[in-house]
Design a protein around this ligand. Structure first.
Ligand SMILES: NC(=O)c1ccc[n+]([C@@H]2O[C@H](COP(=O)([O-])OP(=O)(O)OC[C@H]3O[C@@H](n4cnc5c(N)ncnc54)[C@H](O)[C@@H]3O)[C@@H](O)[C@H]2O)c1
Length: 278
């Protein structure tokens, strides 16, 4: 078990699913933890349960990562309560299924604002605290296995998760010399509230988030799932703390999609081969 005794962690999207599991895992390793979520009640309930069961210090706050001021305010809250941030898990993501010709301008704006700019805001507003710490410090950004094995009806979401990866690559290279590591987490399918919480978190002024199950069926038909392709978040993060300690750049959680990823990697290798042969 990685020892995080006395370290301070911040987890966004900690009201549910993967973020809640990450918050619990770092607390089990001894870290004090701030749980942030647009669903303030869910974050507060998880924070209380973790503090009571594990004896670490926790705090919680509402944050909407789609809104800069909200992220600034949440960072001030963490600074004022836990006093710092050694480990930052920027984990919020929302889902909007839809075919390329059906996704609306508002769908794209919402998904890109929360999933991409939300990551950027979270890192930007917490980076000073991470920099001010000492010893091992780390930032984990949640992308998706959809980046490794893309499918259909997920255009806006997949685009956003590719952007998370791109952002993480820049971030890693920019802060490596300061002793701060960066890991990209590529979760596969998990049993969480992702679809439900996405519908709830969409700002009303952008119109309702429509979940059409035909899109889900089309996706799973296009890329059938195998046993084990949908896991619990706890199982998905079983290597997380070890990979963070080892400063691994990438963390794949589970899934049978490896051949799809390898076919894409082979196609890229072949592009290099053709270039070198010409
Ligand atoms: N569930 C999956 O199958 C799956 C697969 C790949 C990647 N992911 C990614 O994992 C991450 C966590 O998702 P999850 O599956 O745990 O879902 P979840 O719904 O259980 O948790 C997501 C949390 O984010 C919060 N949230 C939504 N919008 C927010 C906003 N604007 N500001 C702050 N908080 C907000 C929700 O209230 C919720 O508590 C996301 O980035 C998601 O895209 C999930």
């Amino acid at each position: 078990m990685t020892d995080l005794q006395g370290r301070t962690a911040v987890v966004t999207g900690a009201g549910s699913g993967l973020g809640a599991a990450i918050a619990r895992a770092v607390a089990e390793a001894g870290a004090n933890v701030a749980l942030l979520d647009i669903d303030a009640d869910a974050a507060a309930a998880n924070a209380s349960a973790i503090a009571e069961e594990l004896g670490v210090t926790t705090t919680s706050a509402r944050v909407d990562v789609g809104d800069t001021l909200s992220v600034v305010t949440a960072a001030e809250h963490v600074r004022g309560t836990l006093g710092g941030c050694d480990l930052l898990f920027a984990n919020v993501g929302v889902q909007q299924f839809g075919a390329i010709d059906k996704l609306t301008e508002q769908d794209w704006q919402w998904v890109l604002n929360v999933n991409v700019l939300g990551m950027v805001r979270t890192v930007r507003e917490f980076l000073d605290m991470v920099r001010a710490g000492s010893g091992s410090r780390h930032i984990v950004l949640t992308s998706s296995s959809g980046v490794l094995a893309p499918s259909i009806r997920l255009g806006a979401y997949q685009t956003s998760k590719f952007a998370v990866w791109g952002f993480a690559e820049s971030l890693r290279q920019e802060i490596a010399s300061e002793g701060i590591g960066v890991t990209v987490l590529f979760p596969g399918g998990m049993m969480t509230r992702h679809l439900e919480s996405s519908v709830a978190a969409r700002p009303p002024e952008l119109g309702e988030s429509v979940l059409d199950f035909d899109d889900v069926t089309a996706m799973t038909t296009h890329q059938p799932m195998a046993d084990g392709d949908v896991a619990t978040p706890e199982h998905a993060i079983r290597n997380l703390l070890a990979d963070v300690a080892a400063n691994q750049p990438y963390l794949v959680t589970h899934g049978s999609f490896r051949p799809i990823y390898e076919a894409r990697r082979d196609a890229m290798d072949a592009a290099f081969d053709r270039m070198e042969a010409s």
